[in-house]
Design a protein around this ligand. Structure first.
Ligand SMILES: C[S@@+](CC[C@H](N)C(=O)[O-])C[C@H]1O[C@@H](n2cnc3c(N)ncnc32)[C@H](O)[C@@H]1O
Length: 471
């Protein structure tokens, strides 16, 4: 038995059977331990196919200031005045090669179809002891709640704000879609899986939803989420134009191992939306965990409802790791480190491809690559149809004009050059793309942008969307 398949023969066969059911003909018993099914496409090839196109994205991400016409491969907005009044950057960015226009449907990007039929997959068989959920939960339980003052001094303040802007725009897009599809005044019920401390509560309020289920493995985070909800509710009651806040329920649960429905106040509840922001990747530790997460996402979602979220882009991670020698890459705001270095001979496993992600005060714990074709196949099994997948830079590109005002209000960008008496969050050398851009403009004196290091960090992520099929 392969060292990576550490389980009893019975467990192993059960897992293989489960994989067969979602990935037909992937396994031939003779070679189940290997990476290649007879006559099939191997996992390495699956990654290569993708990382060959991921290289396009990485080329763009790593070349701020050297874009199509000097300076526009890094996002930015011209700014004449205060950061609150950032006008949009209307320039068109080079599109990553793996989301060519020919792949776009209805304005959304669609990745290559997942490989079908013969392909092999490595199964990491889960056992209760072997999963890292406890480590993840302990990590999030120990992250202190930082105050506004502390957050405003953070090196990654604008990166956090930018990621929040992405979530706001995504939530707004799908709240509006479901609202438009229902009679006026209908309820709008949402599940936030891996809700953390409730960082999205304001966004749900903005979306005027009627009920929210908050679920997270970290009990401390759920307590903080509850407190934040109470604060918002009290403040809402004091407002002049008082409009009632959505009702909410809070669940401490491992979404990769427990059936959430069993915890709902109303087990017959039909959800309109399931959101999973920066949390889905934890379920790719093993196939049973990924299945459990998908079931939780799908089973109470009404036909036509959406499951959407954000997670790390495995293609970008694998590609950058390869370029950096396979083990570790990053910059002064984040790093990713693999225990088993990525190499060209042996591809990462589809489940359990673990790396450690470190970012100041935000994350510092084990994560897992999400093999997107497998994600799509799993979703199909749970009646969720693929709608969209866009790296953050492509999503920004699509939403920047519509979200221009919010970009300013959320201070998602820094103003460059800084106003007298102010300084940039990062070293000035990380804003040279700004100089190049301003030189190319006739009237612009300032622009809104991110440091190169923050841009490299945010372009490690993508958004995904699935829709519940009617049968
Ligand atoms: C990076 S945080 C994101 C929090 C929040 N969604 C946001 O966008 O601010 C990831 C969250 O996923 C949660 N999480 C990780 N593994 C989980 C699991 N197996 N079940 C439920 N929640 C989990 C963590 O506790 C943490 O709160």
């Amino acid at each position: 038995m392969s060292g990576r398949l550490r389980a009893s023969a019975e467990d192993e066969e059960r897992a293989r059977e489960a994989v067969r059911s979602i990935l037909p003909s992937q396994f031939d018993d003779d070679e189940a331990d290997g990476d290649v099914a007879p006559g099939g496409v191997d996992v390495k090839q699956a990654y290569e196919e993708e990382t060959s196109y991921a290289d396009g994205a990485v080329k763009q991400e790593h070349s701020p200031g050297h874009g199509v016409d000097g300076g526009d491969s890094l996002m930015h907005c011209e700014s004449e005045a205060s950061p609150e009044e950032l006008p949009p950057d209307t320039k068109d960015f080079e599109r990553p090669q793996f989301y060519q226009d020919s792949d776009r449907e209805n304005g959304h990007s669609k990745p290559k179809s997942p490989p079908r039929g013969n392909e092999s997959v490595e199964v990491k068989v889960e056992s209760a002891q072997s999963t890292l959920c406890d480590v993840v939960a302990a990590h999030y339980n120990s992250v202190p709640e930082s105050g506004l003052d502390e957050r405003s001094k953070s090196r990654i303040l604008h990166l956090r704000n930018f990621n929040n802007w992405i979530k706001s725009m995504l939530i707004d897009e799908y709240v509006n879609k479901v609202r438009d599809s229902k009679p006026r005044g209908s309820s709008l019920k949402v599940l936030d899986m891996g809700c953390g401390k409730g960082g999205d509560l304001f966004k749900w309020r903005q979306g005027k939803i009627t009920h929210l289920v908050c679920a997270d493995i970290a009990a401390t985070s759920i307590e903080q989420c509850k407190d934040r909800y109470s604060d918002i509710k009290q403040r809402a009651q004091r407002e002049r134009n008082f409009s009632p806040l959505f009702s909410a329920e809070f669940i401490v649960a491992n979404c990769t191992k427990e059936r959430l429905r069993d915890h709902y106040q109303d087990v017959t509840m039909q959800l309109d939306l399931v959101s999973c922001q920066f949390a889905f990747h934890y379920c790719f530790e093993s196939l049973p965990q990924a299945e459990c997460m998908m079931r939780n996402a799908s089973e109470c979602l009404r036909p036509g409802g959406y499951f959407f979220g954000s997670c790390p882009n495995a293609n970008a991670i694998v590609s950058r790791a390869r370029k950096a020698g396979g083990k570790k890459f990053g910059n002064d705001v984040y790093f990713v480190e693999f225990e088993t270095p990525i190499n060209d001979i042996k591809p990462p496993p589809i489940f359990g491809a673990k790396y450690n992600f470190h970012m100041e005060g935000v994350v510092d714990c084990p994560e897992f690559l999400v093999h997107f074709p497998t994600f799509i196949r799993l979703a199909e099994k749970y009646n969720l149809e693929f709608v969209a997948c866009e790296p953050f830079n492509a999503f920004f590109d699509r939403k920047k004009v519509e979200g221009r005002g919010l970009l300013g209000r959320m201070q998602a960008f820094e103003t460059y050059p800084p106003f007298p008496g102010q300084s940039m969050n990062g070293p000035l050398s990380q804003y040279q793309h700004g100089d190049a851009y301003l030189k190319s403009q006739t009237n612009a004196q300032r622009l809104g942008t991110l440091s190169v290091a923050e841009w490299e960090a945010t372009t490690l992520y993508l958004i995904f969307v699935f829709q519940k099929a009617s049968s």
